[in-house]
Write a protein that binds this ligand. Sequence first.
Ligand SMILES: NC(=O)C1=CN([C@@H]2O[C@H](COP(=O)(O)OP(=O)(O)OC[C@H]3O[C@@H](n4cnc5c(N)ncnc54)[C@H](O)[C@@H]3O)[C@@H](O)[C@H]2O)C=CC1
Ligand SMILES: CC(=O)C(=O)O
Ligand SMILES: [Mg+2]
Length: 371
Amino acid sequence: MLIGVPKEIKNHEYRVGMTPTSVKEAVRHGHEVWVQANAGSGIGASDADYTAAGAKIIATAAEIFAKADMIVKVKEPQAVERKMLRPGQILYTYLHLAPDPEQTKDLVASGAVCIAYETVTSPRGGLPLLAPMSQVAGRMSVQSGAHCLEKAQGGRGVLIGGVPGVAPGKVVILGGGVVGTNAAVVALGMGADVTILEKNVDRMEELVARFGTAVKTIYSTQGAVEDECAAADMVIGGVLIPGAAAPKLVTKAMLKDWKPGSVLVDVAIDQGGCAETSKATTHAEPTYVVDNVIHYCVANMPGGVARTSTFALNNVTLPFALAIANKGWKKALLDDAHLRNGLNVADGKVTYKAVADDLGYAYVPAEKVLA
Ligand SMILES: NC(=O)C1=CN([C@@H]2O[C@H](COP(=O)(O)OP(=O)(O)OC[C@H]3O[C@@H](n4cnc5c(N)ncnc54)[C@H](O)[C@@H]3O)[C@@H](O)[C@H]2O)C=CC1
Ligand SMILES: CC(=O)C(=O)O
Ligand SMILES: [Mg+2]
């Protein structure tokens, strides 16, 4: 199979779909890999590194999209990339379609086979191709939020860990999954006062088993969200209903009760965000203020630490990329129900129920497209 790796073009997105090591592995399995010139420059991988791994360096994305059987990316295809997709071409990347009707419309129109990293599942539960980026974003969220709390950034002027004699800042984490757990690791490491709001009782038991009494867990209701967030210096949004638009836990009306200069880091923004006032921002302009609350809503946070993120992502995406390339997408998806859960759009049909429901498309199960 001819695998194509274009350079990412989203704002300040420095990750790349395949590392030289991943390319070498694909070539070893008999595949041809075309990598766009400079695609790896953001992670310190040169064209020479890719050539040494067996890739062919191609000048433009257009040439890659025109010929490749499978496009391997990181971020959802931007409008100019969507125009280049071809019927039957495989697109393997993050998509986050539920909050993105424009992208969904274009992917349906393209006739391409669109496999979303974020909905592939695992026999052990969870979302294995989302998890490493959630680990990164969760850890980064506290680092970014702490920076926003500095006065020069418009923040409250609170040092998140406090000092002897002065209480630490209060960090409230909405959702105790991968983002939430990793945010807690860093917030606790910095000495913050940490509370996690969660809906899943088993998950709360796991959090307590892991962190002991160092974190407080509270069952997530609207009242709990109101009370805890109003007392917080930093709120981190890490809720998820897989594939669906994020639930709006924080209403605009709630913000008037929040501390002036407090910060909301809405990591869930790639699924639309968990606050009514959240809208996606970029690394170039990561924040804006609503009702004296700083909003940090960068939809590709891991792109900011592209080296760590690219290697972490490739660790989990490569085995499935090889399965698709070795067997062809239909057999790979028929053989593996968990990879099949990644199929969001194929042959002009929406094959992921939450996306179809949220955006008003007819839902066609993946099994029907594969029949
Ligand atoms: N902005 C960015 O750059 C990045 C964003 N993300 C996003 O972060 C979000 C969270 O991802 P993960 O932690 O991997 O998901 P996860 O599935 O591991 O955790 C989500 C948690 O939210 C909980 N939850 C659901 N509804 C809730 C509610 N009403 N109140 C409290 N908790 C609730 C679930 O029980 C679950 O434990 C996703 O939207 C993901 O796409 C992930 C990586 C990077
Ligand atoms: C998960 C995601 O959206 C990202 O890593 O950018
Ligand atoms: Mg997005």
